[in-house]
Design a protein around this ligand. Structure first.
Ligand SMILES: Cc1ncc(COP(=O)(O)O)c(C=O)c1O
Length: 405
């Protein structure tokens, strides 16, 4: 058995694996950004913003796109446009980034946490249904990491109970399900373009919808009450509905240009990542004790933000945990192998919400995965060549051989 690098052996990667910085940059985008700068037309529905909204929505088979400041404001506006407020409950996954659960709180509504599935980690339809009460007004399934929530079942349950569906697609740009884009299966889709995301302009977000009334309301919520497409000073379309509390959640032409150019690469890159994910899945699952996050059951195109795998704690020698596996694989020079957010949503280290403001319906499955099993690989791995992937598999194989009973 080879000595692990963490114990002084020769690392699998020598030198350590390095990656091009994320996101990729395109020289032609730099030229276009300069043009926008020189035009002095930087916000308020410039031509690039409108173009990006239309093309991004069309790619995801939705009628309308509303470009915004980030992927938290999108969730908040989606809920607000659906009329959700104090006294209402919104079901969210027990495992997501906390923004999914903060959005209902901003509106005075109550997030209710429901468990995830053990293979996809996404919201479990049965746990969702069990968490419904007469106060439930919406559900926010999240397409987490490298999987898709079971939208077929979730939408059917929601329809049966008269509950609105907002798809949190912050990890899923480019994903398709039976020909429909993510973000087009519920009433509203929400995307984030934050620095680490599949498509990014540093910050940014976008709502997709095919409902003209929701489009109108979300547009007004984003742009301090103006009707869709109306610039500063143009009041055509009249004021917003009485009592609709509108914001400045606008984004800029610069961001729209960066994203418009990235959209050109989305399909090819999504396919490339999915093929690499399939390759890694097959190789990693040959290692006893390793299982990979299952892609969405009906995903015709699974989009990957990060690649999730699990280590069975039962196969590890006494005293060893998945944290030791992560440390040892990184010591082999792998890099970008990490443990995830480390906690269920309402126990993440920035969560400071008092317990009477939310309710935990169920969380046991994902809590156990987070504590004992999950390992994530950064998106750069899925953009790597097969030589790098083979070495990564070699590093996991080496570590698991030494660390297994
Ligand atoms: C699942 C999920 N939802 C929502 C968000 C919020 O997006 P933003 O950071 O753009 O506000 C994020 C992450 O950043 C996320 O991971």
């Amino acid at each position: 058995m080879k000595t692990l690098a963490i114990n002084g052996g020769t690392p699998v990667f020598s030198p350590a694996q390095t990656f091009a910085p994320w996101p990729p940059v395109y020289a032609e985008t730099g030229d276009k950004l300069r043009e926008i700068y020189m035009s002095a037309n930087w916000s308020f529905y410039g031509p690039v913003e409108g173009d990006f909204e239309k093309k991004f929505a069309a790619y995801h088979t939705a009628e309308y796109g509303i470009f915004m400041a980030n992927g938290t404001t999108t969730l908040e506006c989606a809920l607000a446009a659906l009329g959700i407020g104090p006294g209402d409950e919104v079901i969210v996954p027990s495992w997501t980034w906390m923004a999914t659960a903060m959005a209902p709180l901003y509106l005075g509504a109550t997030p209710v946490f429901a468990d995830g599935e053990k293979d996809t980690f996404c919201l479990d339809p049965a746990a969702f249904e069990a968490a419904i009460t007469p106060r439930t007004k919406a559900v926010i399934p999240v397409h987490l990491f490298g999987s898709m929530a079971d939208m077929e079942k979730i939408c059917a349950i929601a329809a049966k109970h008269g509950i609105a569906v907002i798809e949190d697609c912050a990890h899923a740009h480019g994903g398709k399900w039976q020909g429909k884009g993510v973000g087009s299966m519920g009433q509203v889709g929400s995307f984030s373009f934050q620095q680490t995301k599949i498509m990014t302009s540093g910050e940014g977000g976008l709502c997709t919808t095919s409902d003209p009334e929701l489009f109108e309301t979300i547009s007004r919520l984003k742009h301090i009450g103006y009707a869709p497409g109306k610039k500063r000073g143009e009041v055509a379309g009249g004021p917003p509905a009485a009592g609709l509390l509108c914001h400045n959640y606008r984004a800029t032409e610069f961001q729209a240009q960066i994203l418009l150019d990235q959209l050109e690469h989305l399909e090819a890159d999504t396919i490339f990542r999915a093929e690499n994910a399939g390759y890694l899945r097959q190789k990693l699952e040959a290692i006893p004790g390793i299982k990979v996050q299952a892609p969405g059951r009906c995903a015709t195109m699974q989009s990957y933000y990060v690649f999730g795998l699990t280590v069975d704690p039962e196969v590890l020698k006494a005293g060893l945990t998945k944290a030791d596996v992560i440390k040892a694989v990184n010591a082999e020079g792998a890099n970008e192998v990490f443990g995830g957010w480390g906690a269920v949503t309402y126990e993440q280290n920035l969560w400071n919400v008092s317990p009477e403001k939310y309710r935990v319906a169920s969380a046991a499955t994902v809590r156990e995965i987070i504590q004992n099993r999950i390992i994530l690989l950064g998106i750069q791995w899925l953009m790597s060549d097969r030589t790098a992937l083979d070495k990564l598999v070699e590093a996991f194989t080496k570590v698991m051989k030494v660390y297994s009973k």
